[in-house]
Design a protein around this ligand. Structure first.
Ligand code: SF4
Length: 262
């Protein structure tokens, strides 16, 4: 078979993650572009990200909890369109729950850092670049500039905390962001800071060159495999418990005879 749809214009960390967990998932999501229905968790995450984006577009002294709270209904209006509301089955009760949870997240966030003191290079910062012939795209939640001139990648997480022995996978996306920053801005970020805002906890790690190089090389290798599978007209399915568990394409796979792991 050959695909009527083109390959995506660039490889992003989330597309890379899809491909590495199961190439067929990449095929469905990024080549065939089968829409993945919204979930309550993704909708809440998008509301929170939108509020933080607006917060950090303000001048330092204006980044207050009151301002952030004033953005909740505006963020809802932007994110929770008719289709999303239908997909997540939003009703008065769940809407109220979502508002309460977002309000708690904002409260916890303001105990984690003082946004009025943050100096950043950009929010929702798009970095489009080509590395070793591979088009790549990263959208950073925030890129901070410290007093010492060093850069910190800041990523907001609205889901669960990783377990205590968090591994390289926890920082995988941010490591690729670091590679993109270095390539495009000519400066390797010094630190990655993951803000688990629903829990009020931050996890920080120093960026190291070997890890960034390994992550960049893994992306280049993946893209080469992606183009090969695309030209062959088939991305293999590699079902596993961890890959299939939260995959939106179980139905398609089951219909195609793939032994989905439940
Ligand atoms: S359901 Fe499993 S096998 Fe199918 S695309 Fe998703 S991860 Fe891959």
């Amino acid at each position: 078979m050959s695909f009527s749809q083109p390959l995506p214009l660039a490889l992003s960390p989330s597309r890379l993650s899809d491909f590495q967990s199961c190439p067929r998932r990449f095929q469905h999501a990024s080549v065939e572009r089968i829409a993945q229905p919204a979930t309550y968790a993704t909708a809440k995450g998008n509301v929170v990200h939108h509020i933080f984006e607006q917060l950090f577009l303000q001048e330092g002294p204006l980044r207050t909890l009151e301002f952030a709270r004033s953005q909740i209904s505006l963020a809802e209006a932007k994110v929770l369109n008719e289709q999303v509301c239908e997909e997540i089955g939003l009703n008065d009760t769940t809407r109220e729950k979502l508002r309460r949870e977002v309000d708690t997240i904002l409260d916890r966030y303001f105990h984690m850092e003082d946004p009025t003191k943050v100096v950043h290079e950009g929010v929702e910062l798009r970095i489009n670049t080509t590395i070793d012939g591979v088009p790549m795209l990263g959208i950073l939640d925030r890129l901070d500039r410290g007093d010492d001139g060093e850069l910190t990648i800041v990523d907001y997480k609205t889901g669960s905390l990783p377990n205590r022995n968090y591994d390289t996978q926890t920082f995988a996306n941010a490591d690729l962001y670091a590679a993109l920053c270095e390539h495009e801005l000519g400066q390797q970020p010094k630190t990655i800071r993951l803000l688990y805002v629903a829990h009020g906890e931050a996890i920080e790690r120093t960026v190291t060159t070997p890890v960034v190089v390994a992550r960049r090389n893994a992306a280049v290798t993946a893209w080469n495999r992606i183009t090969t599978y695309y030209n062959e007209g088939d991305f293999p399915a590699t079902p596993s418990k961890s890959a299939c568990r939260f995959c939106a394409f179980k139905q398609q796979c089951s219909a195609n005879g793939v032994a989905v792991v439940h």
